[in-house]
Design a protein around this ligand. Structure first.
Ligand SMILES: [Zn+2]
Length: 332
């Protein structure tokens, strides 16, 4: 017999706003099966980040897009939230793509609609360091550039979720001021609970909520605490967000990756500036909360006093609300 909370979880829309799968055409995407096996309905898959050349992002997007379309019996590349509803009815796993940082645009505004046409539905402005569009969270705190402002407008126009994770404080406040649609932090935790440069201040959280946006709780142990990925710690982060802005602005972007066959270390060692010293990136055996913790977490949330609607909102309805608004865009 299923318990009441098991039923709640099985029936709920479950949304993971960002996977940390290392973006490379070499990655075997059969690993994505771990998400639907854990009851996840939709995942945004990362196809590139600023550390890569923009051509490598495009090649990864091409490979991942081809793979998803070739596995149409089980996977759906979604363009809007109705496609997610349809995928759930057909018992298929819904995915779209995201890019971490604007180097992928090669300073060409027209690339935004190209990526959109190929299935990218969420873009971040920087990946830790500054670029032509924005400031990164581990760099000098410069704001959004003129090019970055244009990109916000173009993302609003074509229909992409504007994502502030990995960007610097001033840039994020500029983005949230510029955007005409709700803005998210797809995978960022409150700095008030755990002090890390990748985490975000109460100001940023309030500004995000004021756009109607959502903050996705990140599962990486060094962003949650002292390499601590327990459900109790996840609930601490959720409690802080709920106290500050309410449950309707909370979701999950676990940043989780199953093991991949690519030698990530070669790339990480080649650009240590993206993961600066003193930020715990050199922690041995970094742990990661992922989708396999979600069903149990529902019990923790219920024990902590969250109601069924609040829990359903956090599991997916909140991000879906943002996507329903942000993904309405022009066709060209
Ligand atoms: Zn990230």
């Amino acid at each position: 017999m299923q318990s009441r909370l098991e039923k709640l979880y099985r029936k709920a829309l479950v949304w993971d706003a960002h996977a940390g799968v290392f973006p490379s055409p070499e990655v075997d995407l059969n690993l994505l099966q771990e998400w639907p096996d854990c009851g996840v309905d939709y995942l945004s898959i990362n196809v590139g980040f600023d550390v890569m050349d923009w051509q490598d992002t495009l090649a990864t997007l091409a490979a991942y897009r081809h793979w998803v379309l070739a596995h149409a019996n089980h996977f759906v590349l979604v363009g809007d939230t109705e496609d997610i509803d349809q995928a759930r009815r057909e018992n298929k796993f819904a995915v779209s793509f995201d890019i971490e940082g604007m180097n992928a645009l090669n300073e060409d505004i027209n690339m935004v609609s190209v990526y959109h046409a190929l299935g990218v539905r969420q873009m971040l402005f920087a990946y830790n360091l500054n670029n032509a569009a924005a400031g990164g969270c581990h760099d000098h705190d410069t704001g959004l550039t003129e090019f970055g402002k244009q990109v916000v407008g173009e993302m609003n126009r074509v229909g992409m979720i504007v994502d502030c994770s990995h960007a610097g404080y001033t840039t994020t406040m500029d983005i949230m001021h510029e955007s005409s649609k709700p803005v998210v932090f797809s995978h960022s935790n409150p700095i008030a609970v755990w002090d890390h440069q990748r985490n975000i201040t109460d100001d940023q959280i309030r500004a995000c909520a004021a756009t109607g946006g959502v903050i996705g709780v990140n599962g990486m142990g060094i962003f949650l605490g002292d390499n601590d990925v327990s459900n109790v710690t996840l609930v601490c982060h959720i409690d802080h967000l709920a106290d500050l802005v309410g449950c309707e602005h909370i979701g999950f972007g676990f940043d989780y990756s199953p093991k991949v066959d690519v030698d990530i270390g070669v790339i990480l060692r080649s650009r240590p500036d993206y993961w600066p010293a003193g930020q715990q990136y050199d922690t041995q055996g970094i742990k990661h909360a992922g989708p396999q913790q979600l069903e149990g977490l529902v019990e923790n949330l219920a024990d902590a006093g969250y109601g069924d609607d609040d829990i359903r909102g956090m599991l997916g309805e909140n991000f879906k609300r943002v996507a329903a608004s942000a993904w309405q865009g022009a066709s060209a």
